[in-house]
Design a binder for this molecule. Structure first.
Ligand code: NCD
Ligand code: ZN
Length: 349
């Protein structure tokens, strides 16, 4: 049995860090494990330009000691008003990796998202030409579509046609949750990639209702049936370089999760690599973890793999019941994924 695992330092290709005290609280967790992370732009107001993204990047770096080698990469929020000039600017910055498409109303802070995707075809054409990646929240927002079907319908109605129309556009289908998502990516060429979160690899939708409603297992896209979870595990361990790590760690305060209308998002940055290691070990595929976590995403984005290594050890850790956010007038906390439970791996620090 493998008790120690040393791999190239991984990257997190889908991460929410928010701002101010929340950012100060959560960013050190990611920087302790990952070399780079793609920082999502769904702040209020959203990060819609390169200038603003670079400012936000500085804010992220200020949450870390100067000696930290962490390199935040930025995604810009695509809106109905995104202009050709915005794409040109983004294409010139080494810190900006793409534009994030949120269908308007699909998820947390997506009110400024895109209302009519076909109106943005000239923007997508230019992105393809300039090698700027499109990161996609792949769910339709039609309230008549069942919430568990929204990803599959998006793939059929939006993604398939978009990829056929502009095959040179590099697209990441973010946080895939379904067999249809995994199949679409497997059957596409190397211009289509996908991130997979720890929660969608570990849990099926029963988890949201285990013994009562479990708000800390609620995220979007929502957890799906067991057969979909199994398809995602197969995709992650299958060796196809189009699948890579993206935690979608999305911190919210306990108050905003444990509420009459609790918001979507699961915080996993505190033990992200341990979650993935646990999943890969359960699937008897620890030897596939490094490619998924440390090689595939960098390859997709045309970046070198990290020089550093990290080591994981088979050592139990108890996940805290809560993580306090410092510096707030009224104390608040985050409830981390697997709060109060024991995980059998730990990153060696
Ligand atoms: C994310 C958030 O809270 O920002 N929530 C989530 O459930 N994943 C937004 C997103 O990625 O959909
Ligand atoms: Zn997200």
């Amino acid at each position: 049995m493998t008790d120690t695992l040393t791999i190239t330092q991984p990257d997190d290709w889908h991460l929410h860090v928010r701002s101010s005290e929340m950012a100060q609280c959560v960013i050190p967790y990611t920087a302790a494990q990952f070399g780079r992370a793609l920082i999502m732009p769904n702040l209020t107001p959203p990060v819609t330009t390169t200038a603003r993204a670079l400012q936000y990047r500085e804010e992220v770096l200020e949450c870390l000691p100067e000696t930290s080698g962490f390199d935040p990469k930025m995604a810009i929020y695509l809106t109905d008003r995104t202009r050709v000039e915005d794409v040109l600017e983004a294409s010139q910055s080494e810190h900006v990796l793409g534009f994030k498409l949120y269908p308007a109303g699909a998820t947390t802070n997506s009110d400024s998202g895109v209302t009519k995707i076909t109106h943005l075809m000239p923007i997508f054409e230019l992105m393809a030409e300039k090698g700027v990646v499109l990161q996609v929240h792949g769910e339709v927002t039609d309230p008549h579509v069942d919430v568990f079907d929204r990803e599959a319908v998006f793939i059929e109605q939006v993604l398939h046609p978009l990829h056929n129309e502009i095959p040179d556009l590099k697209i990441v289908l973010e946080h895939i949750t379904t067999q249809q998502g995994a199949e679409f990516v497997s059957q596409s060429d190397q211009n289509i990639g996908a991130t997979i979160t720890p929660q969608h690899l570990m849990y099926n939708r029963n988890e949201i209702f285990r013994g009562g409603i479990q708000p800390h297992k609620y995220c979007l896209p929502i957890l799906k049936r067991e057969k979909h979870r199994q398809a995602l595990v197969e995709a992650a361990i299958g060796g196809n370089p189009s699948f890579f790590l993206g935690t979608d760690s999305a911190p919210h305060t306990r108050q905003s999760k444990e509420s009459a209308c609790g918001c979507a998002g699961i915080f996993s940055a505190h033990a992200a690599m341990e979650f993935y290691t646990h999943v890969f070990e359960s699937a008897d595929a620890l030897d596939k973890l490094e490619a998924f976590a440390s090689h595939n995403g960098a390859g997709f984005y045309g970046l070198p793999i990290n020089k550093n290594k990290i080591t994981l050890k088979r050592t139990d850790q108890i996940i805290p019941n809560q993580i306090g956010i410092k510096g707030l007038q009224v104390p608040q906390e985050i409830v981390p994924l697997m709060a109060g439970e024991v995980l059998n791996w730990s990153v060696v620090r």
